[in-house]
Design a protein around this ligand. Structure first.
Ligand SMILES: [Zn+2]
Length: 452
Protein backbone atom coordinates (compact mmCIF):
# COMPACT_ATOMS: atom_id res chain seq x y z
CA UNK A 1 0.00 0.00 0.00
CA UNK A 2 2.79 2.34 0.98
CA UNK A 3 4.71 1.56 -2.20
CA UNK A 4 1.63 2.29 -4.29
CA UNK A 5 1.19 5.61 -2.55
CA UNK A 6 4.80 6.54 -3.18
CA UNK A 7 4.52 5.66 -6.84
CA UNK A 8 1.32 7.63 -7.29
CA UNK A 9 2.79 10.69 -5.65
CA UNK A 10 6.17 10.57 -7.28
CA UNK A 11 6.52 12.52 -10.46
CA UNK A 12 8.75 14.47 -12.65
CA UNK A 13 6.89 13.43 -15.77
CA UNK A 14 9.45 14.96 -18.06
CA UNK A 15 12.20 13.14 -16.21
CA UNK A 16 11.18 9.78 -15.04
CA UNK A 17 9.47 6.52 -15.69
CA UNK A 18 8.46 5.05 -12.39
CA UNK A 19 9.37 1.48 -11.70
CA UNK A 20 7.34 -0.03 -8.86
CA UNK A 21 9.91 -2.65 -7.92
CA UNK A 22 12.62 -0.10 -7.40
CA UNK A 23 10.66 2.09 -5.01
CA UNK A 24 10.42 -0.48 -2.23
CA UNK A 25 13.07 1.27 -0.14
CA UNK A 26 12.41 4.75 -1.51
CA UNK A 27 11.90 6.29 1.94
CA UNK A 28 15.29 5.07 3.13
CA UNK A 29 17.13 6.39 0.09
CA UNK A 30 15.13 9.57 -0.28
CA UNK A 31 13.12 10.84 2.72
CA UNK A 32 9.71 12.27 1.82
CA UNK A 33 10.55 15.65 3.40
CA UNK A 34 12.78 17.69 1.03
CA UNK A 35 14.65 19.33 3.92
CA UNK A 36 15.96 15.89 4.84
CA UNK A 37 17.25 15.07 1.34
CA UNK A 38 20.96 14.39 1.22
CA UNK A 39 22.19 16.64 -1.60
CA UNK A 40 24.70 14.48 -3.43
CA UNK A 41 25.20 12.52 -6.66
CA UNK A 42 23.60 9.45 -5.16
CA UNK A 43 20.32 11.31 -4.53
CA UNK A 44 20.48 13.02 -7.95
CA UNK A 45 20.88 9.68 -9.72
CA UNK A 46 18.06 8.17 -7.73
CA UNK A 47 15.69 11.07 -8.37
CA UNK A 48 16.56 11.18 -12.07
CA UNK A 49 15.39 7.58 -12.32
CA UNK A 50 12.53 7.38 -9.86
CA UNK A 51 11.43 10.92 -9.06
CA UNK A 52 10.30 12.11 -5.62
CA UNK A 53 7.15 12.43 -3.54
CA UNK A 54 5.44 15.80 -3.88
CA UNK A 55 3.48 15.38 -0.63
CA UNK A 56 0.34 16.84 -2.29
CA UNK A 57 -1.91 15.00 0.15
CA UNK A 58 0.03 15.91 3.28
CA UNK A 59 -1.35 17.93 6.17
CA UNK A 60 -0.78 21.58 5.18
CA UNK A 61 -1.64 23.06 8.62
CA UNK A 62 1.98 23.98 9.35
CA UNK A 63 2.00 26.16 6.23
CA UNK A 64 -0.38 28.72 7.85
CA UNK A 65 0.94 32.26 7.70
CA UNK A 66 -0.59 35.34 9.30
CA UNK A 67 -0.99 38.35 7.02
CA UNK A 68 -2.38 41.72 8.14
CA UNK A 69 -5.77 41.02 6.59
CA UNK A 70 -6.10 37.25 7.11
CA UNK A 71 -4.40 33.91 7.61
CA UNK A 72 -3.34 32.11 4.47
CA UNK A 73 -2.03 28.60 3.90
CA UNK A 74 -0.94 26.30 1.11
CA UNK A 75 -3.70 24.81 -1.03
CA UNK A 76 -3.60 21.97 -3.51
CA UNK A 77 -4.26 24.41 -6.38
CA UNK A 78 -0.66 25.51 -6.22
CA UNK A 79 0.48 22.12 -7.50
CA UNK A 80 -1.06 22.99 -10.89
CA UNK A 81 -0.23 25.78 -13.26
CA UNK A 82 -3.00 27.41 -15.28
CA UNK A 83 -2.01 27.85 -18.92
CA UNK A 84 -3.25 30.74 -21.10
CA UNK A 85 -5.85 28.45 -22.71
CA UNK A 86 -7.22 27.60 -19.27
CA UNK A 87 -5.68 24.12 -19.24
CA UNK A 88 -4.14 22.88 -15.96
CA UNK A 89 -0.60 21.60 -16.08
CA UNK A 90 0.89 19.80 -13.05
CA UNK A 91 3.86 21.48 -11.37
CA UNK A 92 5.76 18.26 -11.04
CA UNK A 93 8.84 20.01 -9.64
CA UNK A 94 7.03 21.35 -6.57
CA UNK A 95 7.39 19.52 -3.26
CA UNK A 96 5.93 20.30 0.16
CA UNK A 97 7.91 19.98 3.37
CA UNK A 98 5.62 18.87 6.16
CA UNK A 99 8.17 19.70 8.87
CA UNK A 100 8.62 23.36 7.84
CA UNK A 101 5.31 24.11 6.07
CA UNK A 102 7.30 25.48 3.11
CA UNK A 103 7.38 24.46 -0.54
CA UNK A 104 10.54 23.73 -2.52
CA UNK A 105 11.55 23.23 -6.13
CA UNK A 106 12.78 19.62 -5.86
CA UNK A 107 14.58 19.72 -9.20
CA UNK A 108 16.49 22.94 -8.46
CA UNK A 109 17.23 21.79 -4.91
CA UNK A 110 19.12 18.82 -6.33
CA UNK A 111 20.52 20.05 -9.63
CA UNK A 112 21.13 23.78 -9.08
CA UNK A 113 24.76 24.91 -9.04
CA UNK A 114 26.54 28.25 -8.62
CA UNK A 115 24.93 31.29 -7.00
CA UNK A 116 21.41 30.18 -7.97
CA UNK A 117 21.60 27.25 -5.59
CA UNK A 118 21.02 29.69 -2.73
CA UNK A 119 17.58 30.75 -3.99
CA UNK A 120 14.81 30.50 -1.40
CA UNK A 121 12.92 27.76 -3.28
CA UNK A 122 16.02 25.56 -3.19
CA UNK A 123 17.24 26.23 0.34
CA UNK A 124 14.83 27.52 3.02
CA UNK A 125 11.67 26.92 1.07
CA UNK A 126 8.87 29.33 0.15
CA UNK A 127 5.74 30.22 2.12
CA UNK A 128 4.55 33.62 0.90
CA UNK A 129 1.13 32.36 -0.18
CA UNK A 130 -0.14 35.85 -1.00
CA UNK A 131 2.42 36.19 -3.81
CA UNK A 132 2.82 32.49 -4.55
CA UNK A 133 1.23 32.41 -7.96
CA UNK A 134 3.42 35.19 -9.32
CA UNK A 135 6.64 33.92 -7.73
CA UNK A 136 6.18 30.34 -8.89
CA UNK A 137 5.43 31.47 -12.44
CA UNK A 138 8.59 33.52 -12.40
CA UNK A 139 10.58 30.56 -11.10
CA UNK A 140 9.34 28.00 -13.61
CA UNK A 141 10.08 30.39 -16.49
CA UNK A 142 13.57 31.19 -15.22
CA UNK A 143 16.64 29.93 -17.06
CA UNK A 144 18.03 28.50 -13.84
CA UNK A 145 15.01 26.26 -13.37
CA UNK A 146 14.91 25.17 -17.02
CA UNK A 147 18.61 24.25 -16.91
CA UNK A 148 17.99 22.03 -13.90
CA UNK A 149 15.12 20.23 -15.65
CA UNK A 150 17.40 19.54 -18.63
CA UNK A 151 20.19 18.33 -16.33
CA UNK A 152 17.75 15.90 -14.78
CA UNK A 153 16.80 14.54 -18.20
CA UNK A 154 20.44 14.09 -19.23
CA UNK A 155 21.10 12.29 -15.96
CA UNK A 156 18.23 9.95 -16.67
CA UNK A 157 19.53 9.05 -20.11
CA UNK A 158 22.96 8.34 -18.69
CA UNK A 159 21.46 6.09 -16.05
CA UNK A 160 19.37 4.24 -18.62
CA UNK A 161 22.50 3.61 -20.63
CA UNK A 162 24.29 2.29 -17.56
CA UNK A 163 21.25 0.19 -16.76
CA UNK A 164 21.43 -1.53 -20.13
CA UNK A 165 25.14 -2.13 -19.69
CA UNK A 166 24.59 -3.54 -16.25
CA UNK A 167 22.01 -6.04 -17.55
CA UNK A 168 24.44 -7.07 -20.29
CA UNK A 169 27.31 -7.72 -17.87
CA UNK A 170 25.10 -9.55 -15.41
CA UNK A 171 24.14 -11.92 -18.23
CA UNK A 172 27.82 -12.55 -18.94
CA UNK A 173 28.63 -13.12 -15.26
CA UNK A 174 25.68 -15.47 -14.89
CA UNK A 175 27.21 -17.76 -17.51
CA UNK A 176 30.64 -17.51 -15.87
CA UNK A 177 29.20 -18.57 -12.51
CA UNK A 178 27.39 -21.55 -14.08
CA UNK A 179 30.66 -22.83 -15.52
CA UNK A 180 32.60 -22.29 -12.28
CA UNK A 181 29.93 -24.05 -10.21
CA UNK A 182 29.89 -27.01 -12.60
CA UNK A 183 33.66 -27.51 -12.70
CA UNK A 184 34.25 -26.83 -9.00
CA UNK A 185 31.51 -29.16 -7.78
CA UNK A 186 33.10 -32.03 -9.72
CA UNK A 187 36.67 -31.23 -8.71
CA UNK A 188 37.68 -30.68 -12.35
CA UNK A 189 40.57 -28.50 -13.40
CA UNK A 190 39.91 -25.04 -14.83
CA UNK A 191 42.85 -23.84 -16.84
CA UNK A 192 44.66 -25.30 -19.80
CA UNK A 193 47.96 -24.44 -21.41
CA UNK A 194 46.60 -21.67 -23.61
CA UNK A 195 44.14 -19.02 -22.50
CA UNK A 196 42.53 -18.49 -25.89
CA UNK A 197 39.07 -19.21 -27.26
CA UNK A 198 39.23 -21.58 -30.20
CA UNK A 199 42.29 -23.42 -28.89
CA UNK A 200 41.88 -27.09 -27.98
CA UNK A 201 44.35 -26.57 -25.13
CA UNK A 202 42.40 -23.83 -23.39
CA UNK A 203 41.21 -25.96 -20.47
CA UNK A 204 37.81 -26.92 -19.11
CA UNK A 205 36.69 -23.39 -18.12
CA UNK A 206 37.01 -21.91 -21.60
CA UNK A 207 35.88 -25.15 -23.21
CA UNK A 208 32.61 -25.10 -21.27
CA UNK A 209 32.01 -21.45 -22.18
CA UNK A 210 32.51 -22.43 -25.81
CA UNK A 211 30.04 -25.30 -25.47
CA UNK A 212 27.39 -22.99 -23.98
CA UNK A 213 28.06 -20.45 -26.75
CA UNK A 214 27.13 -23.05 -29.36
CA UNK A 215 23.53 -22.86 -28.15
CA UNK A 216 23.53 -19.35 -26.69
CA UNK A 217 23.81 -16.56 -29.25
CA UNK A 218 24.35 -13.94 -26.52
CA UNK A 219 27.50 -15.63 -25.22
CA UNK A 220 28.62 -16.49 -28.76
CA UNK A 221 28.42 -12.80 -29.73
CA UNK A 222 30.23 -11.77 -26.58
CA UNK A 223 33.08 -14.25 -27.14
CA UNK A 224 33.36 -13.17 -30.78
CA UNK A 225 33.52 -9.51 -29.79
CA UNK A 226 35.82 -9.56 -26.75
CA UNK A 227 36.63 -13.22 -25.97
CA UNK A 228 40.20 -12.93 -27.20
CA UNK A 229 40.74 -9.26 -26.54
CA UNK A 230 43.55 -6.93 -27.29
CA UNK A 231 44.55 -4.58 -24.53
CA UNK A 232 41.81 -2.42 -23.08
CA UNK A 233 38.85 -4.71 -23.76
CA UNK A 234 36.83 -6.09 -20.90
CA UNK A 235 35.33 -9.54 -21.29
CA UNK A 236 34.84 -10.77 -17.70
CA UNK A 237 35.77 -14.21 -19.03
CA UNK A 238 39.44 -14.16 -18.04
CA UNK A 239 41.14 -16.49 -15.58
CA UNK A 240 41.55 -13.53 -13.20
CA UNK A 241 37.79 -13.00 -13.02
CA UNK A 242 37.31 -16.76 -12.74
CA UNK A 243 39.66 -16.86 -9.73
CA UNK A 244 37.89 -13.94 -8.10
CA UNK A 245 34.59 -15.78 -8.43
CA UNK A 246 36.10 -18.98 -7.00
CA UNK A 247 37.16 -17.03 -3.90
CA UNK A 248 33.80 -15.29 -3.56
CA UNK A 249 31.81 -18.51 -3.94
CA UNK A 250 34.08 -20.41 -1.53
CA UNK A 251 33.68 -17.61 1.01
CA UNK A 252 29.89 -17.89 0.70
CA UNK A 253 30.01 -21.69 1.18
CA UNK A 254 32.14 -21.34 4.34
CA UNK A 255 29.83 -18.61 5.66
CA UNK A 256 26.84 -20.85 5.14
CA UNK A 257 28.54 -23.72 6.99
CA UNK A 258 29.53 -21.45 9.88
CA UNK A 259 25.95 -20.16 10.08
CA UNK A 260 24.69 -23.74 10.25
CA UNK A 261 27.18 -24.55 13.04
CA UNK A 262 26.11 -21.48 14.99
CA UNK A 263 22.46 -22.50 14.56
CA UNK A 264 23.27 -25.99 15.81
CA UNK A 265 25.32 -24.46 18.69
CA UNK A 266 27.19 -27.65 19.61
CA UNK A 267 29.81 -29.24 17.41
CA UNK A 268 32.70 -31.67 17.29
CA UNK A 269 36.05 -31.19 15.64
CA UNK A 270 38.03 -33.60 13.48
CA UNK A 271 41.56 -32.67 12.42
CA UNK A 272 44.29 -34.57 10.67
CA UNK A 273 47.32 -33.70 8.63
CA UNK A 274 48.97 -35.22 5.62
CA UNK A 275 51.73 -33.97 3.32
CA UNK A 276 50.73 -32.83 -0.16
CA UNK A 277 52.72 -33.58 -3.27
CA UNK A 278 55.10 -30.71 -2.53
CA UNK A 279 55.74 -32.14 0.98
CA UNK A 280 53.90 -29.33 2.74
CA UNK A 281 51.95 -30.70 5.65
CA UNK A 282 48.28 -29.76 5.33
CA UNK A 283 46.08 -29.92 8.42
CA UNK A 284 42.46 -30.63 7.43
CA UNK A 285 39.94 -28.92 9.67
CA UNK A 286 36.53 -30.60 9.72
CA UNK A 287 33.52 -29.84 11.92
CA UNK A 288 30.69 -32.22 12.73
CA UNK A 289 27.29 -31.02 13.94
CA UNK A 290 23.56 -31.72 13.77
CA UNK A 291 21.78 -29.87 10.98
CA UNK A 292 18.24 -28.44 11.03
CA UNK A 293 16.83 -31.76 9.82
CA UNK A 294 18.30 -33.47 12.86
CA UNK A 295 20.96 -35.29 10.83
CA UNK A 296 24.67 -35.38 11.69
CA UNK A 297 26.82 -33.70 9.04
CA UNK A 298 30.54 -33.32 8.58
CA UNK A 299 31.79 -30.20 6.86
CA UNK A 300 35.27 -29.41 5.67
CA UNK A 301 36.30 -25.89 6.60
CA UNK A 302 39.87 -25.45 5.39
CA UNK A 303 43.40 -26.75 5.02
CA UNK A 304 45.97 -25.19 7.32
CA UNK A 305 49.55 -25.64 6.12
CA UNK A 306 52.66 -26.30 8.22
CA UNK A 307 51.07 -26.28 11.64
CA UNK A 308 53.81 -28.41 13.15
CA UNK A 309 53.29 -31.79 14.80
CA UNK A 310 53.56 -30.87 18.45
CA UNK A 311 50.31 -31.00 20.42
CA UNK A 312 50.83 -27.40 21.50
CA UNK A 313 51.22 -26.18 17.89
CA UNK A 314 48.08 -27.95 16.72
CA UNK A 315 46.16 -26.73 19.78
CA UNK A 316 47.10 -23.10 19.07
CA UNK A 317 46.12 -23.38 15.41
CA UNK A 318 42.77 -25.01 16.16
CA UNK A 319 41.88 -22.46 18.83
CA UNK A 320 42.84 -19.59 16.49
CA UNK A 321 40.78 -21.11 13.67
CA UNK A 322 37.72 -21.45 15.90
CA UNK A 323 38.16 -17.84 17.01
CA UNK A 324 38.45 -16.70 13.38
CA UNK A 325 35.03 -18.15 12.68
CA UNK A 326 33.68 -16.93 16.05
CA UNK A 327 32.97 -20.47 17.20
CA UNK A 328 33.16 -20.95 20.97
CA UNK A 329 35.40 -23.82 22.13
CA UNK A 330 33.04 -24.21 25.10
CA UNK A 331 30.34 -25.40 22.66
CA UNK A 332 32.61 -28.22 21.46
CA UNK A 333 31.23 -31.58 22.52
CA UNK A 334 33.51 -33.99 20.74
CA UNK A 335 36.93 -34.44 19.20
CA UNK A 336 38.26 -37.18 17.00
CA UNK A 337 41.80 -37.71 15.75
CA UNK A 338 44.23 -40.49 14.98
CA UNK A 339 45.86 -42.48 17.72
CA UNK A 340 49.26 -40.86 17.52
CA UNK A 341 50.47 -39.81 20.95
CA UNK A 342 50.66 -36.10 20.07
CA UNK A 343 46.91 -36.18 19.39
CA UNK A 344 45.55 -38.80 21.77
CA UNK A 345 47.97 -38.42 24.69
CA UNK A 346 46.10 -38.41 27.99
CA UNK A 347 48.33 -35.86 29.74
CA UNK A 348 49.72 -33.50 27.15
CA UNK A 349 48.24 -34.69 23.89
CA UNK A 350 46.12 -32.37 21.77
CA UNK A 351 42.86 -33.89 23.02
CA UNK A 352 43.95 -33.42 26.65
CA UNK A 353 44.71 -29.75 26.00
CA UNK A 354 41.25 -29.23 24.52
CA UNK A 355 39.73 -31.00 27.52
CA UNK A 356 41.62 -28.67 29.85
CA UNK A 357 39.69 -25.81 28.29
CA UNK A 358 36.40 -27.66 27.90
CA UNK A 359 35.96 -30.93 29.76
CA UNK A 360 32.77 -31.71 27.80
CA UNK A 361 34.69 -32.20 24.55
CA UNK A 362 34.85 -35.99 24.60
CA UNK A 363 37.67 -37.63 22.70
CA UNK A 364 36.83 -40.53 20.40
CA UNK A 365 39.77 -42.18 18.62
CA UNK A 366 39.10 -42.19 14.88
CA UNK A 367 38.11 -45.70 13.86
CA UNK A 368 38.95 -44.99 10.23
CA UNK A 369 42.50 -44.25 11.28
CA UNK A 370 42.65 -47.50 13.24
CA UNK A 371 41.61 -49.35 10.11
CA UNK A 372 43.98 -47.17 8.14
CA UNK A 373 46.87 -48.63 10.06
CA UNK A 374 45.75 -52.08 8.97
CA UNK A 375 45.26 -51.40 5.28
CA UNK A 376 45.39 -47.82 4.06
CA UNK A 377 44.93 -48.40 0.35
CA UNK A 378 42.04 -50.78 0.84
CA UNK A 379 40.23 -48.20 2.92
CA UNK A 380 40.81 -45.35 0.48
CA UNK A 381 39.70 -47.50 -2.42
CA UNK A 382 36.47 -48.61 -0.75
CA UNK A 383 33.08 -47.08 -1.39
CA UNK A 384 32.57 -46.54 2.30
CA UNK A 385 31.08 -43.17 3.14
CA UNK A 386 32.45 -43.02 6.65
CA UNK A 387 34.59 -39.90 7.03
CA UNK A 388 35.26 -36.73 5.04
CA UNK A 389 38.88 -36.94 6.18
CA UNK A 390 39.26 -39.96 3.90
CA UNK A 391 38.30 -37.89 0.88
CA UNK A 392 40.63 -35.13 1.98
CA UNK A 393 43.59 -37.48 2.27
CA UNK A 394 42.91 -38.56 -1.29
CA UNK A 395 42.55 -34.99 -2.49
CA UNK A 396 45.65 -33.65 -0.76
CA UNK A 397 47.82 -36.44 -2.11
CA UNK A 398 46.96 -35.31 -5.64
CA UNK A 399 47.41 -31.61 -5.21
CA UNK A 400 49.46 -29.69 -7.70
CA UNK A 401 52.63 -27.95 -6.68
CA UNK A 402 51.38 -24.76 -8.31
CA UNK A 403 48.12 -24.49 -6.38
CA UNK A 404 48.24 -21.48 -4.08
CA UNK A 405 46.83 -21.86 -0.57
CA UNK A 406 43.76 -19.66 -1.10
CA UNK A 407 42.91 -21.43 -4.32
CA UNK A 408 43.54 -24.84 -2.75
CA UNK A 409 41.17 -24.09 0.12
CA UNK A 410 38.55 -22.55 -2.16
CA UNK A 411 38.52 -25.37 -4.71
CA UNK A 412 38.60 -28.03 -1.99
CA UNK A 413 35.60 -26.64 -0.19
CA UNK A 414 33.64 -26.17 -3.44
CA UNK A 415 34.31 -29.77 -4.44
CA UNK A 416 33.77 -31.39 -1.04
CA UNK A 417 30.78 -29.31 0.00
CA UNK A 418 29.18 -29.24 -3.46
CA UNK A 419 25.66 -29.58 -2.02
CA UNK A 420 26.05 -26.17 -0.36
CA UNK A 421 27.71 -24.77 -3.49
CA UNK A 422 24.74 -25.83 -5.60
CA UNK A 423 22.28 -24.24 -3.20
CA UNK A 424 23.83 -20.78 -3.59
CA UNK A 425 21.87 -18.07 -5.36
CA UNK A 426 23.40 -16.78 -8.62
CA UNK A 427 22.35 -13.18 -8.05
CA UNK A 428 23.86 -13.17 -4.55
CA UNK A 429 27.18 -14.31 -5.96
CA UNK A 430 27.11 -11.69 -8.74
CA UNK A 431 26.09 -8.97 -6.27
CA UNK A 432 29.07 -9.83 -4.05
CA UNK A 433 31.33 -9.66 -7.07
CA UNK A 434 29.81 -6.34 -8.16
CA UNK A 435 30.21 -4.80 -4.69
CA UNK A 436 33.85 -5.82 -4.62
CA UNK A 437 34.49 -4.46 -8.11
CA UNK A 438 32.85 -1.12 -7.67
CA UNK A 439 33.97 -0.15 -4.20
CA UNK A 440 36.20 2.47 -5.72
CA UNK A 441 33.71 3.57 -8.33
CA UNK A 442 30.54 5.67 -8.28
CA UNK A 443 27.75 5.00 -5.86
CA UNK A 444 25.35 5.12 -8.79
CA UNK A 445 26.62 1.83 -10.19
CA UNK A 446 26.58 0.34 -6.73
CA UNK A 447 22.94 1.34 -6.33
CA UNK A 448 22.02 -0.19 -9.64
CA UNK A 449 23.70 -3.48 -8.87
CA UNK A 450 22.25 -3.40 -5.41
CA UNK A 451 18.69 -2.62 -6.44
CA UNK A 452 18.45 -5.25 -9.15
ZN1 LIG B 1 13.25 25.08 -10.02
Amino acid sequence: MREKEIVQNICIPELSTINNDRCADADQILPSDPVEWPINDYTRDYVAMYGYKQNKNADFSKSKRQYTDKTRMLTKNIFNRKLANGELQPRSWLVYSESTGHIFCGTCRLFQTGAAQHLVLNTKGFNDWKNASECLKKHENSNNHKTCVVLGRVDKHLIQQLDEEMIYWRKVLHRVVVVIKTLASRGLSFRGHEEKFGSNKNGNYMMLLEVIAKYDSFLADHINKVGNPGRGHTSYLSSTICNEFIQIIAHKVVSKIIDEIRDAKYFSIIVDSTPDISHIDQLSFVVRYINKSGLPVERFIKFIPNTGHKAEDIFNVVITTLETYKLDINDCRGQSYDNASNMSGVYSGFQARIKNVNSLAKYVPCSAHSLNLIHLQKLLGSNSNCLKIKLLINLVSKLSLTLKRDRLNALSILCIESDILNSLDFDDIINDFAKKKIEAQSCLIYLMFHVL
